[in-house]
Design a protein around this ligand. Structure first.
Ligand SMILES: *[C@@H]1O[C@H](CO)[C@@H](O)[C@H](O)[C@H]1NC(C)=O
Ligand SMILES: *[C@@H]1O[C@H](CO)[C@@H](O)[C@H](O)[C@H]1NC(C)=O
Length: 842
């Protein structure tokens, strides 16, 4: 507020000069970012460019804009941009300049979170794996080799942005950047060196002279001029480290990430809206949904280990780029309500007025504007409060927003947006000409391979060029061993640091084992039929995404580090760990690019007979399919397979794993503090069954599908599905002339935003084919299981059918006029509708 009072004292001329001087700059004070002299409440959403395709970007940005967003936030993913030192890739999904220009073209700003550590459930937290092998390096601390590399990449990105005039100071969209990421969580373990590193990082960034502010999230000590910001499910108690910095929330978690074997975490939108309103009511002027569109971890980009290929995140726009209701719609209304408060919001500081034990008002008033936020923190019951001589009923765990200090235009708990149920339906497109190729393991002993005495760390050898590393050794067994003579089995025990292993002895697959989400370490046991003479032990160790978080996560080991032992011999158990081992990186099929259209011709494939098809590990499959008509997003249903990777026309769809989710999927009540685990869905079914196939990767005909399956499965049941809207539900209350009700709020005042219309909207290319339920009266229940109440207008269904069936969307009124009757005078009535969406008949 310092600057503003100076303006007031010195008058118009000074303001004019000042504005002139700051044109093309972004500054800040304790209330907000100031862009070209203007203050705005900035609403932002994370969309990570490599997690969708360039062909999807524009649509995502337009949806974000229509959802009321001002800013798109993205990390910069170092490891995809610099796959080897000095070799850069900014093409296709990695074309960050094109992404930012797409945002700019649609009139939105950008928060560029360079990091270059990004965490993000992304492989190795965004660091290139080669970085680990720079001599003398230690990540994220006061270490010269690391700092040199970090500065090099940060400067590279900044120079690239400058060359394209993308900073706001150059007339571009970037208004804020981030250096480092969530360092605070690790701060203690890095000690004084950590402090020195953070000071260095801040100075290094500031010296790049971007003309826009820098931020550090979750780093209380962020040195000036860097703004420290908050990440979390709630950030209303956050205060920046200096009184002249604004409250910025860089990650308002809209959901949570998913791990193979775990259920899907959902964050109910009334709680998310409540969290955002809590932040804004206390003066927060910039918040960002992490994620607004989560997207897909294509290829081998997911971190973890064991992060799913889907990065849906329960975001307002789903993995496939479709709007998720009611999340998207409810937040859109929240944003509109917040924007109505903007003039008042910047005309004063928040005035706090307690309204009850757990009820509060925050009021902004000045220059003839007034806005108020009324909150109720009770989790069990609604509370009636008195504010400026009016009564307001606040639902539990909610905030009502009054942009004029009188009328409630929005309450965070009252979701009136349509709810949409999505479904995956089979397309007519069949996968045909299936052929298979068995990964040849007989040649393991030959070929160029590395050997050593003792076991070696996996990533050191693979440099993450493949998920796979073969560990092989041989052991001579005397024919006079008791177990050979008696035909009994020996026991092979393999201890691994992660993430999975497939055990082969003398070419036979004896079993597979995996680490868990809790610990990547595991021990695998296999019962082995040994033969007299030489026995070959071949262990295929598998990495499933490198760690992305934790103190010095880069130094965590992967692979078989032993002990590996063989028990049941006459001499007892022998330790094979220190013996001779040979290593082979990757699969033969990978070396030959079997996944790509030209690579498939290098080997012999055999026709797959579904009848005699038996499960075999380490198998490559290929098939062809034509692209289904329409523009619904497509996916592969991989439920009948076990584990592997899948490609379409040479593009990697990602890792698949049919692992059933264990968790607690009881119904969840949103009131009360949210945490992961509170609202889980999808227990006891595969965590991920569908894998997004972007339409832009397809040709109209003969698309090549290749998959590598580690364990086995039934390929004949893989299918191509499309994502469509199954049903939509919508509800609203009537405006009742006399009944004071808390659904419409504010003593029967007409609401400014909400009307009494119910709107139903089907997905692209769909229309309403059926009305499953419609009742004007006192119906109740949730979408999919609505029920009539004691009051019901008998013509409800017929009227709604007439207005809606055959339409792409329709609007009907919840009013006595529309239904030409009042089924129950003096009762507040609502209208509930469930409609079915189907592909529009041609
Ligand atoms: C990495 O591999 C090299 C040989 O390629 C070996 O000399 C070195 O000891 C290994 N380092 C680790 C940490 O395993
Ligand atoms: C694979 O699935 C097909 C179709 O459901 C079925 O007919 C066949 O028996 C299955 N094969 C195996 C080996 O389970």
């Amino acid at each position: 507020m310092e600057a503003i009072s100076v303006f007031k004292l010195l008058g118009f001329f000074v303001i004019f000069t000042h504005l002139h001087l700051i044109t093309g700059t972004v500054t800040y004070d304790r209330r907000s970012l100031i862009i070209n002299g203007e203050r705005r409440i900035l609403i932002s959403g994370s969309i990570h460019y490599p997690r969708s395709t360039p062909e999807m970007w524009e649509d995502l940005v337009i949806k974000a804009k229509n959802g009321g967003l001002d800013v798109i936030d993205t990390y910069v993913f170092w490891n995809v941009h610099e796959p080897s030192p000095g070799i850069y890739d900014f093409t296709g999904r990695y074309d960050i300049v094109r992404f930012i220009k797409t945002v700019a073209r649609n009139g939105l700003y950008v928060n560029l979170r360079i990091g270059p550590y990004v965490c993000a459930e992304w492989n190795f937290g965004g660091f290139p794996v080669w970085l680990k092998y720079v001599p003398g390096i230690s990540f994220r601390t006061d270490n010269e080799p690391f700092k040199a590399a970090m500065q090099g990449f940060t400067r590279k990105i900044v120079e690239m942005m400058k060359a394209e005039n993308l900073f706001e100071s150059q007339g571009g969209p970037i208004i804020l950047s981030q250096i480092e990421n969530e360092y605070g969580a690790q701060r203690k373990s890095y000690g004084a060196a950590g402090k020195a590193y953070i000071n260095w990082a801040a100075k290094m960034a500031a010296e790049l002279n971007t003309g826009v502010p820098w931020s550090m999230c979750k780093e209380v000590d962020a040195p000036d001029p860097v703004i420290n910001t908050c990440n979390g499910f709630y950030c209303d108690t956050f205060t920046p480290n200096k009184p002249y910095k604004p409250a910025i929330w860089t990650e308002a978690w809209s959901g949570w990430f998913t791990e193979f074997g775990a259920p899907i975490e959902q964050r109910p939108v009334p709680d998310l809206a409540f969290a955002v309103a809590r932040f804004v009511q206390k003066g927060g002027s910039f918040f960002n949904y992490y994620m607004y569109h989560g997207g897909t971890n294509f290829g081998r980009t997911s971190g973890g280990p064991f992060i799913t290929t889907s990065y849906d995140y329960d975001a307002p726009i789903d993995e496939y780029g479709l709007i998720r209701e009611p999340k998207y719609g409810h937040l859109t209304e929240l944003h509109r309500a917040i924007k109505l408060c903007e003039p008042a919001f910047f005309s004063s500081d928040a005035i706090y007025i307690p309204l009850g034990q757990r009820q509060q008002a925050y009021v902004y008033e000045g220059n003839g504007n007034c806005a108020a936020f009324l909150s109720n923190f009770e989790t069990e019951f609604a509370v009636r409060v008195l504010f400026r001589n009016r009564h307001y009923k606040l639902p539990p765990w909610s905030i009502s927003i009054l942009p004029d200090c009188k009328n409630v235009v929005f309450n965070t708990a009252k979701v009136v947006s349509q709810t949409s149920g999505m479904q995956m339906v089979r397309t007519g497109s069949r996968l045909k000409s299936w052929e298979s190729h068995h990964e040849d393991i007989s040649t393991l002993a030959n070929g160029p391979s590395l050997s050593s005495f003792g076991l070696m760390e996996q990533i050191n050898i693979t440099r993450d060029t493949s998920d796979y590393l073969w560990y092989s050794t041989s052991i001579n067994i005397s024919p006079s061993e008791t177990i050979i003579r008696e035909g009994r089995k020996a026991t092979l025990t393999v201890q691994s640091r992660g993430h999975g292993v497939h055990i082969f002895v003398n070419g036979r697959h004896l079993g597979s084992a995996y680490g868990s989400r809790e610990t990547t370490r595991f021990t695998a046991n296999a019962h082995v039929d040994l033969q007299g003479g030489t026995n070959i032990i071949s262990l295929l160790s598998m990495a499933a995404g490198l760690p992305n978080v934790g103190t010095h996560f880069e130094s965590r080991d992967t692979g078989i580090l032993g002990p590996v032992s063989l028990g049941g011999l006459d001499q007892g158990t022998i330790d094979l760990s220190r013996g001779p081992w040979t290593y082979k990186v990757g699969l033969n099929g990978e070396t030959m690019n079997l996944n790509s259209p030209h690579g498939t011709s290098f080997v012999d494939w055999s026709r797959v007979s579904f009848v005699n098809h038996h499960q075999q590990p380490l198998k490559w499959y290929k098939a062809y399919f034509d692209t289904p008509k329409g523009n619904e997003p497509l996916a592969l249903d991989m439920k009948s397979m076990v584990r592997g990777q899948v490609w379409v026309n040479g593009q990697s769809i990602g890792r698949y794993w049919t692992k059933h989710a264990k968790g607690k999927c009881s119904p969840c009540k949103y009131p009360g503090a949210f945490r992961p685990g509170k609202c889980q869905t999808g227990c006891n079914v595969p965590t991920q069954r569908w894998y997004h196939v972007p339409r832009s990767w397809l040709n109209p005909r003969r698309n090549l599908l290749v998959l590598f399956e580690e364990v086995g499965g039934n390929i004949s049941r893989i299918s191509l599905v499309k994502r469509t809207q199954a049903n939509v539900c919508s509800s609203t209350f009537e405006h009742h002339p006399t009944i004071s009700n808390w659904q419409i709020e504010s003593s029967g005042e007409t609401s400014m935003l909400r009307d009494t219309k119910v709107r139903l909207q089907c997905g692209i290319g769909q229309s309403i084919s059926e009305i499953k339920f419609a009742s004007f009266g006192t119906p109740f229940g949730s979408c999919g299981s609505f029920q009539h109440g004691t009051c019901h207008a008998p013509n409800s269904l017929e009227l709604i059918q007439k207005s809606c069936v055959g339409q792409e969307s329709c609007e009907v009124m919840a009013s006595n006029d529309y239904f030409a009757m009042d089924p129950c005078p003096n009762v507040l009535k609502r209208l509930l509708i469930e409609a079915v969406c189907s592909i529009k008949p041609n």
